[in-house]
Design a protein around this ligand. Structure first.
Ligand SMILES: [Zn+2]
Length: 408
């Protein structure tokens, strides 16, 4: 259920890059999400806004600025400079990186039980040839010290996975903050693995997916480094001055959800509708066993509201928003509604796959016309859902009539 195209094909790479950059702002292992918005006011002038679902701490804000300053400081792109930057980034998001490695380790342990470690055996002469070529490429990337001559690709991977399994052991304390060098090595090696074209025929798919998440940190740092290095000294200084946190306009709250039938009754009564007598709790989907729902303004919504307030009188503005997590359906609708209301503003969010969120909260400074526009979109979508539920045929007809009145 979407409201049309949210992004043009040409913007895909830029938006995916923004999504990747936003993972560098995620500092907690779970329930932490960040979004960033880049605005190019001129070829050499970039403004960077970022937001999380809670206000950032002073340490987080200082780390983000330090990261950008470090990326701007080097006069050129070099491997040592990029690796220094990677270490700074990994200190920022050490808990999340640890969580990614821990998840991958979980799979490695599972695959170790049959001795395979998730490594697919060579099956043919063609496999031998491709893997021999892959071995040479990987050794060239990592160097002889890391990947000595005479060691097969499979032996290299087995030793790598065994080292990760042994580094984090249940019952043995692991100091997350003190192990940045361990994350650094893991990220460097995972990134190198993904440079090998046939790696998807060597490592089992689910494990490879986990390794890609770890490698993303290298890619994110490389993108930041490359883009910042494109700027002139004046452009770098402008970027550093323009870095700005946009905190959510209201604090996170928690609510205890009512049961689904009470919820539906409330929704119907509010709209002057009557529930069909055939409606019963068993015909409704249950809430997924949560006693409390966390309510917060999503960072994309915070940024969208800020963009409107900053640019509502601008003739044309293009703002891209990247997010560390797939933007939810309501955020996408919120963006589409904002672009409809303010024709001079174009906001693009990444990711075509839409996810539903457990809760969503308007930023308190959302213009009333935008609240109404989004409410209408949600009403229309809910009507379509109820129309599709046979056991709620009575309310479905009522909803259809009501929507017809709203649109008429
Ligand atoms: Zn959202």
């Amino acid at each position: 259920m979407t409201s049309g195209t949210y992004r043009s094909p040409g913007s895909r790479n830029r938006l995916e890059s923004l999504d990747l950059l936003s993972i560098l702002l995620v500092t907690e292992s779970s329930d932490d999400v960040a979004a960033i918005s880049i605005y190019r006011t001129a070829a050499d002038r970039i403004e960077l806004w970022y937001s999380k679902d809670r206000p950032c701490t002073e340490i987080e804000k200082a780390n983000i600025t330090k990261f950008i300053q470090s990326a701007a400081r080097t006069a050129h792109l070099s491997k040592p400079a990029r690796e220094d930057l990677l270490r700074i980034a990994l200190r920022m998001c050490k808990r999340k990186v640890f969580a990614c490695i821990y998840e991958a380790r979980h799979l490695m342990v599972r695959f170790s039980r049959d001795g395979s470690y998730g490594i697919i055996p060579r099956a043919s002469q063609a496999d031998h040839d491709l893997r021999d070529a892959a071995t040479i490429k990987l050794r060239r990337i990592l160097g002889e010290n890391d990947f000595p001559s005479g060691r097969s690709l499979e032996a290299f991977l087995t030793l790598l996975f065994q080292a990760i399994i042994l580094a984090i052991r249940p019952g043995v304390p692991f100091d997350i903050a003190a192990n940045v060098e361990f994350y650094f090595e893991a990220v460097i090696r995972c990134h190198a693995l993904l440079q090998v074209p046939v790696i998807d025929t060597v490592i089992e798919g689910t494990l490879l997916g986990r390794l890609m998440e770890i490698a993303d940190y290298y890619t994110a740092v490389a993108i930041a480094h490359r883009e910042i290095q494109k700027l002139s000294p004046g452009g770098k200084a402008y970027l550093i001055r323009s870095i700005r946190e946009i905190p959510p306009s209201s604090p996170t709250t928690y609510l205890t959800p009512p049961d689904p039938l009470t919820c539906l009754n409330h929704w119907a009564r509010y709209r002057g509708l009557t529930l069909s007598s055939s409606s019963s709790p068993s015909s409704l989907p249950a809430f997924p066993g949560k006693t409390q729902i966390r309510e917060c303004t999503h960072p994309e919504a915070t940024l969208i509201t800020k963009i409107i307030s900053a640019h509502k009188s601008s003739p044309t503005v293009l703002r891209d928003i990247g997010s560390s997590r797939i933007s939810c359906w309501i955020c996408q609708e919120f963006s589409a509604a904002a672009c409809d209301l303010y024709p001079g503003i174009c906001i693009r969010l990444s990711r075509e796959m839409l996810a539903t969120a457990g809760s969503w909260k308007f930023p308190v400074d959302t213009p009333a016309c935008l609240v109404l526009a989004l409410t209408r979109r949600v009403e229309r979508a809910m009507g379509m859902v109820f129309e599709g539920v046979d056991s709620l045929g009575g309310i479905g007809r009522g909803v259809k009539r009501k929507i017809g009145e709203m649109e008429g």
